[in-house]
Design a protein around this ligand. Structure first.
Ligand SMILES: [Zn+2]
Length: 483
């Protein structure tokens, strides 16, 4: 027997079966009960969330032959209901806007629309991807929408309502469909697996529901792919193995190494992920997801409903979150988002990924840049840096010290990058403070030894500061501190 894909086999037949669109269901049912059905509807939202399904249910409700009038509970058994279900009814005409987008097609539709329905109450046109119609086709459609025959109803579906001309939009009652929550997708996946009598491990459901990204159809087609492997029971490992989802354990391990400030471990964890065949962007996406989970744990607690994790994953995330500060996580997520774009346009994505991960892992080290700067300011070390317009600027005591203080509770943000943003104000104060400082300091300065100079120049944190400031060292002087 031919295999029917799950999305078709389990397509919702009645209003109450449509998942995750309760307010729309409620409004449509009310319209039917009160006899206020509009002559044109526009269903908008991303793919796979039930727009076409809802259009068919509405068509059945309007045309069901088991009742004398439109009903909120179509029988789903009469000739009309059955034909509508498979999209082959003579009075309910489904048109794919993408392939029938010419003005001639719409003119043909107009000519046919004036004839009364063959057997039902209404002639219903369901136009999918209506935004694909050409401008002239839209204008032809507009003519019939302005004065529709009383027996004609339109249901437009679109993923891009902004591409539908406003004159069409204003003649439709519009419903914006929600993405379906992972919890609702998970519930449906479980129910289907049970009806299909397929064995599965509980841990499979959530990662699969998460991968569906709000689309029930995507969730079901992912499940189709797993079922087609013939392996039973279905497991979470299969999601990783067959659907290319990054190994959650490995992503978790990478986050742990970052949290432990383990540089070598961080690089090994990345290598481990890449060796499973994942691209850098996929790794970044998964790491963003995971950092987000940790951020939720920090802010809303480990039992938060905002987390889509199994019991064991929750426990692990709770432990790992201890290693991070909320502000560091916020910074990491923002930096990863930027990194994602950088990697897409780079030939050296892996190096970028490794550098960023190390930066997160060594944020303590980057904290030391602040410490180093405050030492500079406090006069322990003094350094001259020429800037582009050839003014010699000395990094000054109080100004950056106050910046450092402000940031001391933000480890992720305390690196050179945030200092850079404060550079302007720092420099202004610096120049003002410069003469005084110099006068005071000149007496107890001595030339630094060349070995010490090399140490300072080669210190990675000094290099980072210089890179961020776009400066170079032209000379190094140390101050002798009188204790
Ligand atoms: Zn029926």
């Amino acid at each position: 027997m031919a295999y029917t894909v799950l999305a078709r086999k389990y397509r919702s037949q009645r209003f109450d079966e449509v998942i995750g669109q309760d307010p729309i269901v409620q409004t449509l049912k009310n319209a039917i009960k009160t006899g206020r059905v509009a002559h044109a509807y526009m269903f908008t939202g991303t793919r796979g969330i039930g727009k076409t399904t809802m259009a068919r249910v509405l068509a059945k409700a309007l045309n069901c032959l088991a009742f004398d009038a439109p009903t909120t509970e179509p029988c789903c058994k009469c000739d009309s209901c059955v034909a509508i279900n498979i999209g082959e009814d003579i009075d309910v005409i489904e048109i794919d806007g993408a392939s029938n987008n010419s003005v001639d097609e719409v003119r043909k539709l107009r000519e046919n629309a004036i004839y009364r329905p063959a057997r039902c109450r209404f002639k219903i046109y369901i136009i999918d991807e209506v935004h694909m119609l050409s401008i002239s086709a839209f204008n032809a459609l507009l003519k019939i929408l302005e004065e529709p025959p009383s027996h004609v109803k339109f249901i437009f579906a679109t993923t891009e309502p902004n591409k539908v001309i406003p004159t069409i939009q204003s003649r439709c009652q519009r419903f914006d469909f929600n993405n379906i929550s992972p919890a609702k997708i998970a519930g449906q996946l479980k129910s289907i697996l049970e009806q299909e009598k397929i064995k599965y491990e509980e841990d499979l459901i959530l990662p699969l529901a998460k991968m569906a990204n709000g689309s029930m159809r995507d969730g079901l087609s992912l499940l189709d792919r797993l079922i087609s492997t013939g392996v039973e029971p279905l497991t979470a490992e299969m999601v990783e193995q067959f659907l290319g989802s990054p190994n959650s354990e490995k992503i978790c391990n990478l986050a742990a190494k970052i949290g432990d400030s383990d540089a070598a471990g961080t690089l090994t964890a990345i290598d481990d992920l890449i060796s499973t065949g994942l691209g850098e962007v996929q790794i970044v996406d998964s790491l963003i997801d995971y950092m987000r989970d940790l951020m939720v744990v920090k802010s809303a607690g480990v039992e938060s409903e905002l987390l889509i994790l199994t019991g064991q994953q929750r426990k692990r995330a709770g432990e790992l979150a201890e290693k991070f500060d909320t502000s560091a996580l916020v910074y990491n997520i923002t930096a990863l988002e930027k990194l994602r774009w950088a990697i897409k346009n780079s030939e050296t994505g892996r190096a970028l990924l490794e550098a960023s991960a190390l930066r997160f892992a060594l944020s303590e080290h980057f904290l030391n840049v602040d410490a180093l700067l405050s030492q500079l300011q406090a006069g322990a070390i003094k350094k001259k840096q020429p800037v582009s317009h050839n003014t010699t600027v000395e990094t000054a005591a109080e100004s950056t010290k106050s910046e450092t203080d402000k940031q001391s509770d933000l480890p992720g943000l305390s690196d050179a990058e945030s200092i850079k943003s404060n550079r302007q104000s720092t420099l202004k104060k610096t120049v003002a403070a410069d003469e005084q400082t110099q006068a005071k300091a000149v007496s107890n300065r001595r030339k630094t030894s060349s070995q010490r100079e090399n140490e300072i120049i080669n210190d990675p944190s000094v290099k980072t500061v210089l890179m961020e400031l776009g400066a170079t060292i032209t000379g190094i002087e140390e101050l002798i501190i009188d204790e």
